[in-house]
Design a binder for this molecule. Structure first.
Ligand code: NAD
Length: 508
């Protein structure tokens, strides 16, 4: 691994951008701090690009575009296949970078890298997937065919919680379809994205095709406003997603902007509560709840279901195995930053102040030997009600809120009426109820006895309502459509002469 690094002090490394196949030092003079959240110490600084640095990267990507777009789809597919091999070879190294800067435990980080690799694997099938349409002899001697053409330079702007998977959602599909890419990863964990771009060049891609520019709002704004960038794919929180969508589209760009979430699990009285508890433990507390598909609300139909479920969950939440992310056999690591942990703790306080009942309060947790780490214990809250602010907003931490409702309809309405609509799940043995729920609920991704229904790479990922703005989901055929524009050719090869036609052409 040739991780970019000019040491600025014995402990702190200085990260770079990755432009035109090379590590480029930042020149803005602005840096963001990157931490190891398990230890609570700063490990590196990432450059925060200025507008002119972003513009220089766009120029590189624009220059690389014609040749990459003209490269045969088979050749691009072969490069992608080599990339997949390299990603597998380096899966543990990539997961370690993720785990070190994000704080998710190493086994979970390995899984998240795999879910990104799966998109690159799907992308290898582009020669088939990108085939156009052809209509033969629509009139005498006339054929019509449609092609999917790349857009040009496209940009991906990604959140902190999946620094391998989400960049690969975007880059895999954008690159295979012939676009050149500028990735602007989260400034909280930028090392893995840099390595992803480096490996693509190692796989045989020309330099300049996959670039990484590190930065914050200034870099994002430069990408949103520059007319050479043709499309923006964003994943992050809802307020920023709204801003990105409005700004990108005002500048004439194609834009998909995925936002935050509040995912409900509806638990019917006939569900096996041991299964439900197992599902909830992983879905609520895995990755310390820092997943946009985490279940953060358990909706119990009936007090008896709620009481029994809480009896099962309480000792398990108290006994969660929490520790430094590179230790094995753990269930949860720290949160990404001290600020984020404080924000989650404030929500726990808010929930208490609003009158809900703290069954397990994770704020008391101390990780012995790692007292400075950004740890928070699992938190379980009962008696949550719809009007509470702590219910209406996304918490994005290891906090599970339990609600009690009187009927299936009342529970299903909660997911439909909530402003977010990313994922939801129902646990039941009643097929008809599950089918009705899946059919009617106003949410983009639904699990039936599956707690985290993240679709595989050959389907596509996207929420509804305040969880996503714009058209087309991430990855799968939806991404192929997002990253291409259709050109349709009507052709006639004449065997005899052509008459002048003054009327609207009507093909016969
Ligand atoms: P964030 O919105 O703070 O940051 C996302 C990206 O936007 C980062 O690259 C960041 O640098 C940039 N950014 C931040 N502030 C900006 C501003 N004012 N102007 C322009 N750009 C700005 O999100 P985060 O905290 O990194 O990630 C967590 C959020 O992402 C959660 O809300 C989570 O639900 C969401 N998320 C959604 C999905 C999904 O597919 N719906 C997937 C993963 C995460």
């Amino acid at each position: 691994m040739s991780q970019p690094a000019a040491a600025v002090s014995p402990e702190i490394t200085q990260l770079t951008h990755y432009i035109n196949g090379a590590h480029v030092a930042g020149s803005s003079g602005r840096f963001g701090d990157v931490f190891n959240p398990s230890k609570g110490v700063k490990t590196s600084e990432t450059p925060l690009a200025s507008k002119s640095e972003v513009e220089a990267a766009i120029a590189v990507a624009e220059k690389a575009f014609p040749e990459w777009a003209a490269t045969s789809v088979l050749q691009r597919s072969r490069i992608m296949a080599r990339y997949v091999q390299l990603l597998y070879q380096h899966q543990h190294e990539l997961a370690t970078l993720v785990s070190n800067e994000h704080g998710k435990v190493i086994e979970d980080a390995m899984g998240s890298v795999l879910r990104g690799i799966e998109v690159a694997e799907f992308a290898c099938g582009a020669p088939h997937a990108q085939k156009g349409e052809f209509s033969d002899n629509v009139a005498r001697g006339i054929d019509i065919y449609s092609m999917r053409k790349p857009l040009g330079v496209v940009a991906g702007i990604t959140p902190f919680n999946f620094p391998a998977m989400i960049p690969l959602w975007m880059a895999g599909m954008a690159l295979i379809t012939g676009n050149t890419v500028i990735l602007k990863p989260s400034e909280k964990d930028p090392s893995c994205p840099l390595r992803l771009a480096e490996l693509f060049v190692e796989a045989g891609a020309p330099p300049g095709v996959f670039n990484v520019v590190n930065g914050d709002k200034e870099a994002v704004d430069a990408l949103l406003e520059d007319e050479r960038v043709k499309a923006i794919s964003f994943v992050g929180s809802t307020p920023i997603a709204k801003y990105v969508y409005a700004t990108a589209t005002a500048h004439g760009k194609r834009c998909q902007a995925m936002g935050g979430a509040k995912n409900h699990m509806l638990i019917l009285p006939d569900a096996d509560l041991e299964d439900v508890a197992n599902a909830l433990m992983g879905a609520a507390y895995g990755s310390a709840g820092e997943r946009c598909m985490a279940i953060s609300v358990g909706v119990c139909v009936g007090d008896e279901v709620a009481d029994r479920l809480i009896d099962i969950l309480k000792p398990r939440v108290e006994a969660l195995r929490i520790g430094p992310s590179l230790d094995t056999g753990l269930e949860m690591g720290p949160l990404v930053t001290r600020e984020h942990r404080d924000k989650v703790m404030n929500y726990i306080q808010m929930a208490q102040d609003e009158g809900s009942r703290l069954v397990v309060d994770g704020r008391d947790f101390v990780c012995s030997g790692n007292e400075d780490g950004f740890f928070l214990g699992g938190t379980l809250i009962d008696d949550v009600r719809p009007g509470m602010q702590s219910y209406q907003e996304e918490i994005f931490g290891p906090v599970l809120q339990i609600m009690r409702v009187g009927s299936f309809e009342e529970g299903a309405a909660l997911a439909t009426d909530h402003p977010y609509g990313n994922g939801t799940s129902i646990f039941t043995k009643n097929g008809a109820a599950a089918r009705t729920f899946a059919d009617k609920v106003e949410v983009g991704m639904v699990g039936i006895n599956v707690p985290i229904p993240v679709p595989l790479a050959f389907h596509s990922f996207g929420g509804w309502k305040s969880s996503a703005f714009g058209d087309h989901n991430q990855y799968g055929m939806e991404a192929l459509r997002f990253y291409t524009k259709v050109k349709t050719v009507t052709s006639r090869w004449l065997e005899s002469g052509l008459d002048a036609e003054f009327m609207m052409p009507v093909l016969k």
